[in-house]
Design a protein around this ligand. Structure first.
Ligand code: DP6
Length: 336
């Protein structure tokens, strides 16, 4: 084993995140500059582990990328290869990369695998290249791959500033994970791959007549969400996150072409959550990303009663639970 090959490999574990105020729509699709700030919680238990090794000996003719045990074909790999190109440009070399990545949650069903995936690829590839970038620059770089990935560069509760350019459109931490043991309980109603990727959807947002309405209100919602997190006030946070998720899906549904991510099971859950709250006093609120699965946000004491109710719903195939987690963690053990 030579020193150079061991330096050229790095492995990181990065948590996905769930947004309370969503990112939907881009001002600049090349740079992924969003139309509004977003706020999220980085997840402890929905994680991607990625190992990147740069091929300094020139053995590879192209990047070799294995995701959840499957070698990616050239088309699927393209977005990741473009991201590796950005890191090659920064590092000032042309080496190909060997990338192995594993998620512990189903991909492409509204649980943001692109967030943890691109964040993990960014930090592992930069570390393996010997690039020493601070967290803010890593956030900007991850954002180029996937907007939501910019937020996974930090643990706990995080805000991504819309910013004006590549350097200023970055995330920063609001509160560490210990601040509030909030839970994201994902009711998985479908494991099918989504028909339209978020990247495609972001560019459609401007075709929706509802976009302006959402953007006109989102500033006030951000203020509310920051304060609700600061004071650990779920009764204040919950209604705003439901409102913003519905506003975002309103934009999605009314864009051209129309994006309808909900399944009948999605709607069944939304009604159930409101019934549990109203009739049974269970403090649980929903949010939904670009997919049919429903994220239920609650505090730890509600988890037992929530699980019981979800177990009784035939629509729910699986339940994934995660609290707030740390930022990227470097691991000594590599995936290859
Ligand atoms: C609905 O930045 O994840 O989850 O990488 O193309 O999937 P892709 O886009 P991404 O979009 C996230 C959209 C969202 C809302 C959010 O997480 O803010």
């Amino acid at each position: 084993m030579t020193d150079t090959s061991s330096q050229a490999k790095a492995t990181f574990r990065v948590g996905s995140n769930i947004a309370f105020i969503k990112y939907w729509g881009v001002a600049d699709p090349e740079l992924n500059i969003p139309l509004n700030n977003s706020i999220s919680m980085t997840l402890a238990d929905a994680v991607t582990v990625t190992t990147v090794a740069w091929d300094r000996e020139g053995q590879l003719a192209q990047d070799e990328i294995v995701l959840d045990g499957q070698r990616l074909g050239p088309e699927t790999a393209q977005r990741l290869v473009r991201h590796l190109d950005r890191i090659r440009a920064l590092a000032g070399f042309q080496h190909r990369a060997r990338v192995v990545s594993r998620n512990n949650f189903p991909m492409a069903a509204g649980i943001a695998s692109s967030a943890s995936g691109f964040a993990a690829l960014t930090v592992a590839a930069c570390a393996a290249a010997g690039l020493r970038l601070d967290a803010s620059r890593l956030s900007a770089l991850a954002r180029r791959g996937s907007g939501s990935a910019s937020r996974s560069l930090f643990g706990g509760f995080v805000e991504w500033e819309q910013g004006a350019d590549d350097a200023t459109s970055v995330a920063h931490p609001l509160f560490p994970p210990e601040h509030w043991p909030l839970l994201d309980v994902v009711a998985v109603v479908s494991r099918a791959h989504k028909a339209v990727s978020s990247a495609g959807g972001h560019t459609l947002a401007t075709t929706s007549p509802l976009l302006e309405g959402r953007l006109a209100h989102v500033h006030n919602w951000l203020v509310e969400v920051r304060e609700a997190i600061a004071t650990r006030d779920l009764a204040r946070l919950g209604p705003i996150i439901e409102l913003d998720a519905l506003a975002m899906h309103g934009v999605m549904m009314t864009s051209s072409p129309s994006l309808l991510y909900w399944e009948p099971a999605t709607l069944a859950l939304l009604h159930a959550v409101r019934r549990w709250r109203r009739q049974e006093g269970l403090p649980v609120y929903f949010t939904i990303d670009a997919g049919p699965n429903v994220h239920l946000i609650c505090e730890p004491e509600s988890l037992g009663p929530l699980r019981e109710r979800l177990a009784a719903m035939p629509e729910v195939q699986e339940v994934l639970v995660s609290g707030p987690g740390p930022g990227p963690q470097e691991l000594d053990e590599h995936l290859f």
